[in-house]
Design a protein around this ligand. Sequence first.
Ligand code: DAH
Length: 341
Amino acid sequence: MKEQLEAIRKSALDAVAETRTAADLEAVRVRYLGKKGELTAVLKQMGKLSPEERPVMGQLANDVRAALETAIEARSDALAQEAMAARLKAETVDVTIPGKKVELGHKHPMYTVLDEIKEIFINMGFEVMDGPEIEQADYNFTKLNAPENHPSRDWTDTFYLTEDSSILLRSQTSPMQIRAMETYGVPIRMVSPGRVYRKDEVDATHSPMFHQIEGLVVDKGITMADLKGTLNAVIREIYGPNTKTRFRPHHFPFTEPSCEVDIQCHKCGGVGCPTCKGEGWIEVLGAGMVHPKVLRGCGIDPEVYSGFAFGMGLERLAMGQFKISDLRLIFENDMRFLSQF
Ligand code: DAH
């Protein structure tokens, strides 16, 4: 039995040393130390030994088992280290390889223009307000004194969201005049930029979605002179100090009197050219003195308070400032276009 045990010790230790993987090692363990293993089989024969031999052989068998267990554990550590080293080698990251350049975006040209305009109004003491694009017809039309038969109320002109024509996509930023007066009362000095929607076919100057900025000033003693002075100052900030303006009578339901404001064409100096379509002037905004009915509807006494309002298209401004010839370019998000700004 002694020879048998020594033979097992030798062959088992050799087998352990030859293992290459954790699975190999486990197979060796099972082969010698498992329930049906070679060492176990020898131990089962202990009962056949004489009482004198038994403790001696028992001791030897335990030594062999201990030696084997120690060897297996050591080999297991060694194999784990080898595996880790191999993995580290395979997964090495070369930190010296130059990185991939991250492309930084930038402000859209129209928002550059909008931010400039906001800045101008903020410097003049105006507040900037945000309003809903999904609006009630009441705010978009009725409270703005638009008669029931006003063409802009037609389903062919405005995007309605309900059958009863009560909810719509706002067709102008003017409803924010009403919301601002109802919420904050007077005196008030605010601008409100945002998207508006109309059922326009897309072409070089039209889009079913575009941007406006609305303005409203209401206080005691506000006159048409304030309207002209303020808008002239704003226009000269935007278009340059020598810009000539023209105030033309017009009609809007929510202002009385109403006007449209033109600037003299900066391209031809008023002679007439393709930019101004031969007119010499370019329309830039609509404005007027807030209609007494509109004030009254917001709980403001028109005998005490008066005000002016204005609305301006932002795309046209951006197109003028950046010499963009086609409105569609502003919305197409073509990088070849946007990266020029
Ligand atoms: N809401 C008008 C439009 O979309 C623009 C406008 C004109 C706004 C006169 C005003 C205003 O506040 O007083 O055409």
